[in-house]
Design a protein around this ligand. Sequence first.
Ligand code: SAM
Length: 427
Amino acid sequence: MEPLFNPPLHRQRHQFVVDFVKRNKPPKVLDLGCSECSLMKRLKFHREVHLLVGLDIDGTKVKKKMRALAPVSTDYLQPSYDQLCVELYEGSVTERDARLRGFDLVTSIELIEHLTLADVERFSEVVFGYMTPAAVIVSTPNCEYNPLLPGLRGFRHSDHKFEWSRAEFKSWALKACSEFGYEVEFTGVGQPASGYQESVGFCSQIGVFRRLERGDDSNALGGDDAEDVFSYKLLYSINYPSLCDNNILRRVLGSEVLYWAEKLKSRWMEKKSGEVNASCAPIETEEEGEEKHTACREEMRNVVSQCESGASEDQEEEDEGVRWTRFQRRQDSCTSLRCVSVPLDVLWSCCPRVSTLSGSLGNLRRLLMDDPDVELSQDGDAVLVNCHEQDLEEEEAQDELEDSGYEPASRHHSAAAEQEEDWEESV
Ligand code: SAM
């Protein structure tokens, strides 16, 4: 059968919530009767939502599709500063649980009609009186619309315990408002054909409740022991990778620094060995503007010319630019490796993502000092990139490069994929 509404009614209900979220930007959102998490899947894309929680009495139904709420590979490969934690619980809206208090928005989409009238009263106490969210969206069928639904006899679903008229819904909603200190606006989705609006109303009626700010919390049913109530079972919990997490920031920055240090080193070595033509082709970047690009090219030319004017392979003296140096690994006092030293200030000014991620040169140094994959010079002012005798076979050089812990630029992404595994394990 053709859907009666376009878009289908369930989509219109979810769109109503999404539009509310876009306008009001609630950081903490709870979906009651979340079922197979389809509304949550849409809400997870809203950066203003930092905590997204679902509750349903039917854990099996929730588990069916809950993995679709997990981060995808790009969330790991290119984490942003946004933060998102997703949690799913099995439990009844008629029971209290302290973890679900204090949300900015609670949604109850086509849920209350599945409760007995006695449980609807408990729902009011738990949601408005105990959870006390700033806003609540409740949708439920409007039975006045039913005569317009072709072939419908009885309720719209066999599990429905009631279907209310607009007056019945209004009476319940206004009672909850006066008991628990809320105000409500009535609206809905699923418009009837023109001419019917006044007489039947929307197919799904919606109440948007907002908590009145009284300051005294006099209507809340929390009580002193509120923190102790944990009646729901946690089914799923995941933190999305975010650059606000220092460990993730350090890994992303470290891998970016290694990528750029290698790039600058190769550039310098090519230049040195005269393999690059004098015009010095631009260094490719993904995000930088033309201005930075030019500055970077200039900087590299300076670096290269400084190095050309006297750096020899054993030179250890101070030099502002990229240069040869020798480096003794802490764990290996016998071997001294031939390295290229790439100054942090060159990296910072040449590589937009490095400067954006670190914020300042001082931060960059501090974050890299704690990164076991990045070798810094003794004074901490340069990244040391392991190097090889130029006449070595390429394969041998590659082996050594791998021994040094360095990830070649072309394998930048596989390094991130490894991170993905690690992060998956840590959550
Ligand atoms: N909200 C979902 C949506 O918009 O896609 C659909 C809701 S479905 C019609 C009703 C859901 O309420 C079911 O998943 C059911 O398991 C759940 N439910 C019924 N009684 C409940 C209760 N006491 N506490 C929590 N969830 C309940």
